[in-house]
Design a protein around this ligand. Structure first.
Ligand code: XMP
Length: 532
């Protein structure tokens, strides 16, 4: 029987608890208590080649059981177990015979619920801390007795629950790691998922492989094989429309669906007039060279720009664009006939940032929250649980060319979220030209490959300048160039000063209506990568 991989492609618009029947792939469940590192825990588990899903802490036990997890990880979180509304789990969770690893708040909660004692620490421990191991097995197996870990906590466990032994301690934390070796319940006060805990991956592997008995099955090859099979099963003889933008996510989806159902796939590229300079032509060429599928190319520039007239609110822009995309897709799906499915390249960070029940909504990624209620087609989203680096690995394995694999991410709403305030043809032209100059210079100096993303933004302000003895009152251009691993966090790139000056100089000289250039020095958080 073909294994179902429901967490991967089924489930239409439910970001936190996708429908997942039994008989599924080996996985670990991470219960999220709102900790800032929860996504990082998931990434680390995946790096150990074990599939995992993040679920809200109050997911009912039957829903957890249905996933048949080999282990459960309780994340950190900002609460204190003694607060009246502190997030809790049903203590039955610890009786299911499934190994548990509590991290920080996760440990404190487990200790509290099982009869241990949790106290506010006299001294808050934060940062790198020396850890002494007092009992190696199984979490600290093959590790030194003195280790450096990363701590970030107020409360700590003073006395572990009955049946638990202390595994490690620090100067201020008597129970830095603890476990009930019979019931396979473990907890650590430090954060094994952050890179400052150098042995963190080793500890996670000990938990996943030795305690939970997981195997390193979450590999790119397995993902591809299972996904292709699942798409075939789901689609049958029907047709699929795949929305492509030329970026890595949508091209990877097209590659997977193409391998699954061949000629039943039609791709569609919509030029909404919000693309970068020369982009529509490039995508067309790239597609023709590398994909055997049929491509419908739609020139919808006027239609989108009309729709966006007078709109200034970023969320409204995203919603309108998302809606208009679906209108165009459905019109063309009608032409194809028996086309019930729309495949698109939604990633895990899009889902997370569009707001799950626990995580606040940061912005509506047009392909998640921007989809209208009235949409008829069902979604196929094979990458919905993947991080960007995992998608790159899939794309490489599928043999997509480096120009796609390493293409800079570009948001679906395109330049609409880079022209702040009302969008006009003139502003779009300015931001497009400035963007082209920036990227041309980065390409010329070898910086293009070293950064995650580089683009221009046109803020909705004007300032006074002087050009050729004349006063100007024009828009500035903001340059945004960032390093990132997975778009969840980002740092501004330290471009050489002379390169920045050259770019700025070219922009004010070559782009009409721009008299000033600024460089954005913000990290994410607190900013986001895009400005809207
Ligand atoms: P933010 O601005 O949220 O962006 O830090 C994170 C990454 O996602 C890209 N991005 C989008 N991609 N649809 C997309 O396909 C969107 O609506 C969207 N918004 C942002 C952004 O360029 C960055 O790489």
């Amino acid at each position: 029987m073909i294994p179902e991989v429901s967490g991967i492609i089924w489930g239409k618009m439910e970001p936190t608890v996708p429908h997942r029947p039994t008989g599924v792939r080996e996985q670990v469940v991470i219960l999220d208590f709102g900790g800032q590192y929860t996504q990082l825990i998931a990434r680390r588990v995946r790096e150990c080649q074990v599939f995992c899903e993040i679920l809200p802490y109050d997911t009912p036990l039957p829903a957890i059981r249905a996933r048949q997890p080999k282990g459960i990880i309780l994340s950190g979180g900002p609460a204190s177990v003694y607060e009246p509304n502190a997030p809790r789990v049903d203590p039955e969770l610890f009786l299911m015979g499934i190994p548990v690893l509590g991290i920080c708040y996760g440990l404190q909660l487990m200790a509290y619920l099982l009869g241990g004692e949790v106290q506010p620490a006299e001294e808050r421990e934060y940062g790198r801390t020396l850890l002494t191991v007092v009992h190696s097995e199984p979490l600290f197996d093959q590790l030194d007795y003195h280790l450096t870990c990363w701590m970030s906590h107020g409360d700590h466990v003073q006395t572990p629950p009955p049946g638990f032994v202390i595994l490690a301690e620090t100067e201020n934390t008597p129970v830095a790691a603890t476990g009930d070796l019979q019931r396979n319940l473990f907890g650590v006060q430090f954060h094994p998922e952050v890179s400052h805990t150098v042995f963190g991956m080793h500890l996670l592997r000990n938990f996943l492989y030795t305690v939970c008995g997981c195997q390193p099955l979450w590999t790119t090859r397995n993902f591809i094989d299972e996904t292709i099979e699942a798409i075939r099963q789901r689609v049958g003889d029907a047709h699929v429309l795949c929305a492509v933008s030329g970026g890595i996510d949508s091209c990877t989806v097209a590659g997977l669906v193409q391998r699954a159902i061949g000629e039943q796939l039609t791709c569609i590229f919509v030029d909404h007039g919000l693309l970068r300079k020369g982009e529509a032509e490039q995508v067309r060429e790239l597609f023709t060279q590398h994909f055997p599928s049929r491509l419908i190319f739609v020139d919808a520039r006027e239609r989108f720009l009309n729709r966006l007239q007078g709109v200034v609110d970023p969320e409204q822009k995203r919603r309108l664009i998302g809606e208009e995309f679906v209108r165009v897709f459905e019109e063309h799906a009608d032409e194809i006939g028996d086309c019930q499915y729309l495949a698109q390249g939604t990633l895990y960070p899009d889902v997370i940032e569009s707001g799950t029940r626990l995580a606040a909504k940061i912005k509506t990624h047009h392909n998640v929250g921007g989809l209208p209620e009235w949409m008829r087609m069902e979604l196929i989203e094979p990458l919905r649980y993947l991080f960007k680096d995992e998608v790159r690995a899939v794309a490489q394995e599928l043999g997509l060319p480096p120009s796609i694999v390493w293409r800079q991410p570009f948001p679906g709403p395109g330049l609409a979220v880079r022209v702040l305030g009302e969008i006009t043809g003139e502003k779009l032209e300015q931001v497009r030209e400035a963007d082209a100059i920036l990227n041309e210079e980065l390409e010329r100096t070898g910086w293009a490959r070293r950064v995650w993303q580089a683009f221009a933004v046109l803020p909705d302000v004007r300032s006074v300048g002087v050009m050729g003895d004349q006063r100007t009152y024009q828009h500035p251009i903001v340059l945004r160039v960032v390093h990132s691993e997975d778009a969840m966090t980002a740092e501004p790139a330290e471009l050489p000063w002379d390169l920045l000056l050259r770019i700025a100089n070219r922009i004010v000289n070559e782009v009409n209506g721009v008299n000033r250039v600024l460089y954005d020095l913000s990290s994410k958080p607190p900013a986001t990568i895009e400005w809207e």
